[in-house]
Design a protein around this ligand. Structure first.
Ligand code: FEC
Length: 310
């Protein structure tokens, strides 16, 4: 039988259970265990999420399955998807190991995050490359897909749907659309990193397609370390907007593609409560999860990466 092309689908990873939070957090911190206070804080945030404690795991499973089905439809029998997570099992290296045991000789890697930074997607790719080389798998990577036309179209749809949530007495043009993504340490600015410009490009394209020019970009979920992180943070931005008299805000976390802690806690609980204190009504766009246009974006990006390699 013809050997299949492996597709390593990479995502952040989430704890397997409440007991696993410490190991997960220690992995994120590159082997440094969190203090008891830090651990309790993170556990409290997971406990506060409504509708399932670790939704990212199921969402990632469904996204991998959705991509497999989309690839099967576009090129029947050619591709086989494997999962590789950054901070939880199956780790990126384990995903590559599974491909190798299945006899896969050629593979493509893609991350479930549309924008490239050397500190985000670059980290996934580095680990995958090293393991693939060690196991003799020829591998190519999708580095970003932040302006894929179907990604922009479906995000624009979600922004339009989000604006409609405010109801008849609120004209869409008076709603401030707040695009956001995970903050990173400020030092990426001195490294010629494309993260910031890609995020602004997605935001501008989505706003234009949704027909609004009342938008701005802000950061969220910055790490709690001593080094400076990219700002302003969404809480600061909300405060600033309230001083300008803004009453309606639509949160559009375009740096994320799934319902998980950074959306369900940082935005839906923390930012929403803060906005309410300021007299602002904060709504959020629906996340992509297994949106068919998002699945097409992934599948088409995988296929063009292969074609570009030839
Ligand atoms: O739902 C879940 O269980 C996981 C949600 C989750 C996603 C996510 C995505 C990104 N992160 C990125 C960068 C960093 C950097 C640090 C960092 C720390 C954490 C912590 C948790 C966490 N992240 Fe995350 N991230 C998620 C969860 N992240 C929990 C640790 C506690 C905390 O600070 O809140 C700082 C590491 C350090 O200390 O050195 C940097 C980036 C993304 C978006 C791209 C991607 O998905 O890979 C960038 C989802």
């Amino acid at each position: 039988a013809e050997r299949k092309i492996g597709v390593l689908v990479m995502s952040y990873g989430t704890p397997a259970s409440m007991d696993d939070i410490e190991a997960y957090y220690t992995h994120i911190r590159r082997g440094h265990a969190p203090t008891p206070e830090q651990l309790a804080d993170l556990a409290g945030r997971y406990e506060a999420i409504v509708g399932g404690v670790f939704p990212l795991r199921e969402n990632t499973d469904r996204q991998v399955q959705g991509l497999q089905e989309t690839l099967n439809r576009l090129e029947p029998g050619v591709f086989c998807c494997y999962q590789g997570l950054k901070h939880a099992q199956p780790y990126i290296e384990e995903g590559i190991g599974a491909m190798a045991s299945d006899g896969v000789a050629e593979a493509v890697g893609i991350v479930l995050a549309p924008h490239y930074s050397v500190m985000s997607v670059g980290g996934y790719i580095k680990r995958a490359k090293e393991k693939a080389e060690a196991l003799g798998i020829r591998m190519t990577f999708v580095e970003e897909y932040h302006l894929h036309p179907k990604l922009i179209a479906t995000l624009a749809d979600r922004v339009a749907g989000g604006l409609a949530k405010f109801g008849g007495d609120v004209t869409p043009a008076t709603v401030k659309v707040l695009f956001s993504a995970h903050s990173l340490p400020e030092k990426i600015l001195g490294m010629g990193d494309p993260y910031v410009s890609q995020l602004l490009a997605t935001s501008g394209a989505v706003a234009e397609a949704a027909g609004t020019d009342n938008w701005q970009f802000t950061w969220q979920s910055a790490g709690r370390t001593r080094e400076p992180w990219l700002g302003p943070d969404i809480l600061e931005t909300l405060r600033e907007l309230s001083t300008q008299g803004v009453k309606h805000v639509l949160s559009a976390p375009i740096g994320f593609v799934s319902d998980h802690l950074e959306v369900l806690y940082d935005l839906d609980i923390e930012a929403k409560a803060f906005a309410a204190e300021l007299g602002i009504r904060l709504e959020r766009i629906e996340m992509l999860n297994t949106d068919p246009f998002y699945m097409d974006t992934l599948a088409e990006s995988v296929m063009s990466a292969l074609n570009e390699r030839g």
